[in-house]
Design a binder for this molecule. Structure first.
Ligand code: NG6
Ligand code: CA
Length: 516
């Protein structure tokens, strides 16, 4: 059975950086197409492959059966912008100012001079594309973009040949798609205007005109109304360009598949970032009522559908054998994230974060321990499960390792090449991993112990009903014995606290984890 796999060949190919010529076979093995399917706010416990009994996500299961499912893989942060920043740059977001949750009119957070994962793939001969939620800013100056003109610098300036994106999130204006850094379907007679400071005179808002709403906010989200849903931020005009909320998944999945079809004959890298299951949750009619958990559950099914569509397309095009498919999420789950969409009332026994404590925004495990699957036929043994400690921040250096690609000096400074762990061959992942919550408080883990550095911020966010993990007292959890982080054992283990906190400071001050 083992003979079917390139178990021996892959490591050989990886050492071939010393050899100037690589064979065609090695090139095939080292240069698979790479597709990320990157969910939004989908938690570890939201998918049936991770043990959820309350929802069935068969397409994600199908992917998990083909590859390796990780049980201890993390996003770099507990919210979207810093997770995505870290993933695409290989730098911890807490090293860089301005990487918190971005407004819809934020300037480009990753500037053209920064070497990105997309730059690397492009230099390695790949066509590169991003489809879906962006949330990393566009344009030169925040709040000063002219949305009727090309948004520069944009995705095309940081390594992506093609982009079809939502500028920020579904709940932030402008509610339009941006293709290759231009808003699409704009009518020049109805220009689009955006402000995060004040409303445009005469425009209704969720706060003042609740009678116009078909979905009501539970907290925040009471500014401009688009499609009967009030959002964060103000916009005016651009009527012909507005997206339809119940068609977002279909549109994005369609664009992802078109990108794959258009690049089937040469290596491509596609970063497909879904809007599911972020708020506002407005699934397509085919999923409405299908989960018994309301729109949140229905959006999980819609996500699963998107996954199935991508896998089917790869098979149909004969690309399944040479495509590395990666599925993960940008942060942990949240049930009420600002709209009255019955997610709380209909949750029942469903545990979006699995056994883990906290959720989106949190320093506790459910904040960053997210679903994660790698599938790569012929290289990864189907049905593998790995509990290696891993983080999305390492994908960058791992792909460089996979391709024998020499990264420029200073690129991806916090990213570690861990190909054997990501392909399920080795159970050992990272030595040390630093994670950040919504208040930028840091924790460090070695897979067994997790130390939460004391820091300011509320212990609990009552709007979203999530424990954030902030405390002025040190916290230490024995994650292996106590995965739900029930017992803070810091007082009982002062030596471990000292060791962990020194290690964290070393990483913060320097770049890498140093041996103790
Ligand atoms: C919060 C929003 C929340 C969500 C989050 C970003 C309010 C009250 N809450 O500020 O709804 O948009 O930002 O989510 O505005 S993320 O997944 O993109 O990080
Ligand atoms: Ca998110």
């Amino acid at each position: 059975m083992k003979k079917e796999y390139y178990y021996g060949i892959l490591p050989l190919a990886l050492t071939s950086c010393l050899v100037s010529q690589t064979s065609a076979q090695e090139r095939q093995i080292n240069r698979p197409n790479v597709v990320f399917i990157y969910a939004d706010d989908i938690g570890y416990g939201d998918l049936s492959c991770n043990g959820a009994k309350t929802i069935h996500t068969p397409n994600v299961e199908r992917l998990a059966k083909m590859g390796v499912r990780f049980t201890n893989a993390h996003s770099a942060a507990a919210t979207s912008t810093p997770s995505r920043y870290a993933m695409l740059t290989g730098e911890y977001a807490w090293r860089k100012e301005g990487t918190g949750i971005a407004d819809g009119d934020a300037a480009s957070i990753i500037r053209p001079e920064r070497y990105t994962m997309a730059d690397m793939f492009k230099e390695a001969g790949y066509s590169t594309g991003v489809v879906g939620k962006w949330h990393l800013g566009l344009g030169d100056k925040g709040g000063e973009q002219d949305w009727n003109k090309p948004l520069k610098p944009g995705t095309n300036d940081i390594g992506f040949d093609y982009s079809f994106i939502m500028a920020a999130t579904g709940d932030r204006v402008p509610c339009v798609f941006v293709e290759n850094d231009r808003v699409i379907n704009l009518d020049p007679n109805d220009p689009i205007q955006v402000s995060y400071k004040k409303n445009f005179p005469g425009e209704p808002t969720g706060k003042d005109n609740p009678e116009l709403l078909k979905m009501h906010p539970s907290h925040g989200h009471n500014q401009s109304i688009v499609n009967g849903i009030s959002r964060i931020g103000y916009m005016k005009g651009g009527k012909s360009a507005l997206w339809q909320d119940d068609k977002i998944a279909e549109t994005l999945t369609g664009k992802a598949i078109s990108f794959i079809e258009g690049h089937k004959d040469a290596p491509f890298f596609l970063y497909f970032a879904t809007q599911d299951a972020h708020v506002p949750r407005v699934p397509s009619p085919q999923f409405v009522g299908k989960s018994s958990m309301g729109p949140r559950g229905d959006c999980l099914l819609e996500f699963d559908w998107s996954v199935g569509q991508v896998l089917d397309a790869l098979e149909r095009l004969g690309l399944d054998k040479n495509t590395l498919v990666i599925l993960s999420s940008d942060n942990g789950p949240v049930v009420d994230d600002g709209y009255k969409d019955q997610a709380v009332e209909l949750l029942g026994d469903h545990k979006p974060g699995g056994v883990y404590r906290g959720g989106k925004y949190s320093a506790y495990e459910a904040g960053t321990r997210v679903p994660c699957i790698w599938s790569w036929q012929g290289v990864i043994r189907p049905g593998t499960v790995s509990d290696a400690l891993l983080c999305q921040i390492d994908w960058f250096a791992t792909f460089a390792q996979m391709m024998n690609f020499r990264l420029p000096e200073g690129a991806a400074p916090d990213s570690e090449p861990l190909l054997n762990a990501w392909t399920g061959k080795e159970k050992k992942g990272r030595e040390w991993l630093v994670l950040q919550n919504a208040q930028n408080n840091l924790s460090v883990t070695d897979g067994r112990w997790k130390y939460l550095r004391p820091g300011k911020g509320p212990a609990y966010n009552k709007n979203v009903n999530i424990e954030l993990g902030n405390s002025m007292k040190p916290q230490l959890y024995d994650i292996k014995k106590d995965p739900a982080e029930k017992n803070n054992v810091a007082e009982k283990n002062p030596k471990i606290v000292t060791k962990m906190s020194e290690q964290l400071e070393k990483i913060v001050d320097g770049r890498y984890g140093l041996p103790l």
